[in-house]
Design a protein around this ligand. Structure first.
Ligand code: HEC
Length: 109
């Protein structure tokens, strides 16, 4: 926890209630890497979706949704609700799980 907290000071968004270590495990369990490259996850090499290697630096999600913690959590839970017709499916991720995943993704600068 203290290591993650130390990163928060440098400016990347922080996710209330999010734990990056748990998020890393969840990203693997939900197989997000089948469609995305995700830094730090060796098996995550998919290219159906955009690379999430530097999501912490991206200004927008899905090309048009301002990238902030609440939007990212909502996106992970239910992408079509935010962008009808998107090719990323809702995968049944709970709010708590999405917070952990968002915390991990924001460690990727
Ligand atoms: C079936 C393939 C698929 C799976 C599985 C998938 N995604 Fe996606 N994802 C996409 C596609 C396609 C987009 C681009 C959506 C768009 O622009 O409309 C996307 C977009 C995103 C974005 C926005 C990235 C950006 O730079 O715009 C994030 C964040 C994201 N996905 C996270 C996840 C997470 C976390 C999981 C696992 C819970 C996941 N995705 C699982 C296909 C997938």
């Amino acid at each position: 926890m203290s290591l993650i907290g130390a990163c928060d000071r440098t400016g990347p968004p922080t996710v209330a209630g999010g734990d990056a270590a748990q998020g890393k495990t969840l990203l693997t369990q939900y197989q997000c890497g089948a469609c995305h490259r995700i830094g730090g996850l060796p098996g995550a090499r998919g290219n159906t979706g955009p690379s999430l290697e530097s999501l912490g630096r991206s200004s927008y999600l899905a090309g048009r949704i301002p990238n902030d913690p609440e939007a990212l959590v909502r996106w992970i839970m239910d992408p079509p609700a935010m962008k009808p017709g998107t090719l990323m499916p809702a995968m049944g991720v709970s709010a708590g799980e999405a917070r952990h995943m968002a915390a991990y993704l924001y460690t990727r600068q």
